[in-house]
Design a binder for this molecule. Structure first.
Ligand code: SF4
Ligand code: SF4
Length: 323
């Protein structure tokens, strides 16, 4: 296994940075949104921070932010009364291997760049969601189809300006499209499907377990082909599938002597220590994971100053794909 854990407990999503914006009165970013400074930033006339650039950011998130049914845990209602879809009987899976092949192909068809399957480690499921509801995954939903979608490297290289932010938003919207279509495909076969973006469970460890990459010093998934220039989404299901194995291609050792992401971080949020440790730097770090914890408080404060998210630690990584 390419990571080490001890005494790990399930993470409460209200403690991630966006949850703490809502609930953590002791944080210096309580109730401060990342776009709160945008008007001032636009008026500064900096390249890559224009009104038009910001309009791209806002529109890029449309499917992820407004297509709530993409994240439905149950089958979607028919869109109109003249196109009622017939309910077919549950498909009996005789050949799990070919079903797995099929699900990977269909996921790629719907936009995934890479797909891995894993038996879910319940420790990676959030204990509570952002609204404070306990998360209970149905017991028979044992598998996660974990998908990564590649971001456009030339847009991400613009980081931290709004052009890179618009690419992040666009790929989140692609995630909403991809997971909802994969989930409906599975439901049409008569099985359960729970599509997820960043909600409900930690995406990075699931992706590592599913053999899609390793954890980098920057706290992100490093894939073999596209480095950290990807976003992760997943679908939990009871459809029987064959699982993949974690992979190792030397990321941890490389990170020990690299540190380019830490140099590129304008917030000083990434550690320079040679070796990973169990130290945490922020209330938003899960405890019990051997890694280079990222100071999410410093990171988020930079996002507020920047008027949008940041991809400096993605763009600086030697595993970043060539343009
Ligand atoms: S996203 Fe930006 S601010 Fe946050 S850790 Fe990465 S480089 Fe630093
Ligand atoms: S920039 Fe270097 S240290 Fe940072 S994640 Fe990439 S390889 Fe690791």
């Amino acid at each position: 296994m390419p990571y080490t854990i001890k005494n790990l407990i399930r993470f409460d999503q209200r403690n991630n940075i966006f949850g703490r914006v809502i609930y953590d009165k002791n944080s210096d970013f309580y109730q401060i949104g990342i776009y709160d400074n945008v008007k001032k930033i636009i008026s500064s006339n900096k390249v890559g921070y224009s009104y038009l650039d910001f309009a791209k950011v806002m529109s890029s998130w449309t499917a992820y932010d407004y297509f709530h049914e993409a994240f439905s845990w149950t089958k979607l209602k028919d869109a109109n009364s003249v196109m009622i879809k017939p309910k077919l009987k549950k498909l009996q899976i005789k050949d799990v291997s070919s079903m797995t092949h099929e699900i990977k192909n269909i996921s790629k068809n719907f936009g995934a760049t890479q797909v891995g399957i894993v038996k879910i480690n319940p420790l990676w499921v959030y204990s509570y969601d952002l609204d404070g509801n306990k998360i209970n995954i149905p017991k028979d939903c044992e598998y996660a189809i974990v998908m990564v979608i590649k971001m456009n490297p030339s847009m991400i290289k613009e980081s931290p300006n709004f052009i890179a932010c618009a690419e992040t938003g666009l790929v989140y919207s692609k995630m909403a499209f991809c997971i909802s279509c994969v989930a409906e495909y599975i439901r049409n076969l008569g099985y359960k499907a729970i599509p997820m973006g960043n909600d409900s469970a930690l995406s990075i460890p699931l992706a590592i377990d599913a053999g899609l990459g390793e954890l980098g010093r920057n706290g992100l998934l490093i894939t073999e082909k596209n480095g950290p220039c990807v976003r992760i989404c997943k679908v939990f299901t009871d459809l029987p599938l064959e699982v993949d194995r974690p992979i190792e291609f030397g990321v941890k050792r490389y990170c020990e002597s690299c540190g380019k992401c830490a140099e590129a971080c304008e917030a000083d949020a990434i550690q320079f220590e040679k070796k990973p440790s169990y130290n945490v730097l922020s209330k938003s770090n899960s405890k019990g994971i051997l890694r280079w914890a990222v100071d999410h408080d410093k990171c988020y404060n930079f996002w507020i100053k920047n008027g949008g998210d940041c991809s400096n630690c993605i763009a600086a990584c030697p595993y970043f794909p060539s343009l």
